[in-house]
Design a protein around this ligand. Sequence first.
Ligand code: ADE
Ligand code: ZN
Length: 357
Amino acid sequence: MPIMPARSVSPHAMPAERLAALLRRMPKAELHIHIEGALEPELIFRLAERNGLPLAWPSVEALRAAYAFTDLQSFLDLYYAGAGVLRTEQDFFDLAWSYLERAAAEQVLHAEIFFDPQTHTARGVPFEAVITGLEHACRRAHAEFGLSARLILCFLRHLSEEEAFATLEQALPHRHHFIGVGLDSSERGHPPAKFARVFARCRALGLHVVAHAGEEGPAAYVAEALDLLGAERIDHGVRCVEDPALVQRLARARVPLTVCPLSNARLRVFPTLAAHNLPALLDAGLVVTVNSDDPAYFGGYLNRNFVEIFAALPQLDARHAYRLARNSFEASFAPAADQARWIARLDAVFAEAGVPV
Ligand code: ADE
Ligand code: ZN
C-alpha cells in the first residue's frame, strides 16, 4: 500500500453534518428580518378568513407556487399583496409571535425586527394597532423564552419624503416602542438622498439608523446611506465590492452588513448560492452577519440561511461560523453587557464542540 503524505487537518474543518449541527446550535442574533416577510401562506389564509377578506389564490399551495421571483420588485408585489390580510392588533401579534417562536427554537437570543407601517396605514389600519400588536409579542417572547426583541420602523423608499415625515409624526407617540429607523422597498431609482432630511430628524430624536443599500442598487447608494443618512449598518450591501475604496471604508469604520443569502439567491442578486460573495466580504475584513430577510417567501428562517450558504460554499468552516455569530451580537444595538453575556454563551458552545476560537 502506498504511503500517503501526512495531511494537516485544520481544527476548524469538520464533517458537513457536524458543521450544520453547530450552525443550528450556536447562539446568534438576527438583525435583518421584515416581520411582514415572516407571514407564512397558511397564516395569510387564516387571517383572510378571520377578517372576511377575499384572496386572489385558491389555496395555500397555489400561493406558494406563485413565489417564483425574477427580481426585487416581483417579490415586493406579492409581499405587499400578502400583507393586505393584516388588519387588527391581534393579527400583528400573531404574526410576530409565529416568528419569535421559531427564532427562539433556532437559538436566536436577540432580534431587531423591521416593520413597514406605511403598508398598513395606507389600508386604513391604525399605526397604533400595528406597533402595539408587535410590541406585545416582543414582550412575551422575552418573558417566555428570554429572547430579546426590538423593533425598527422602516420607511418605504418608493413613497415620498413627505409621506415618510407624516409616518414619523404618527410614530412619535410610540417612540419608546422602537429603537431605530430603516429604509426598504424598491431600491432602484430611489436613492438614500431622497430621505436625507427625514433621517436627520430621526437622528436628532436619538433613533438608530440603518438602510437597505447595495442590494439591487449600486455601490454609490451604500456611500450615500453612510454620508447622507448616517446609517450605522447597511442592510444587504453586497454590491459594495464594486467600489474597492468603499469596501476599505466599511472595513475600517466597522460598519456591519446584514447579508441575506437565501434572499439574494431567490431575488437573483446572485445566480446561485454558490456564486454568493459572502467569503469575499469576510476576507475583506467586513463585519458581515447572516440574516433571513423575508423567511416565509425565500425558503427558510435563519438557521436554514446558515446551513445552506455553508453547504454551497465549502471554504466556509467553523471559524467563519463563530465570526458570523459573534458579529451578529457586536453589530446589534443591544447594550454592551448583553452582548458580552451572549458572546460568553457562544464561546461556551464552541468550547463544548471542541472548536478553538
Ligand atoms: N422589503 C422586504 N424585503 C425587502 C428587501 N429584500 N429589499 C428591500 N425591501 C424589502
Ligand atoms: Zn430586507
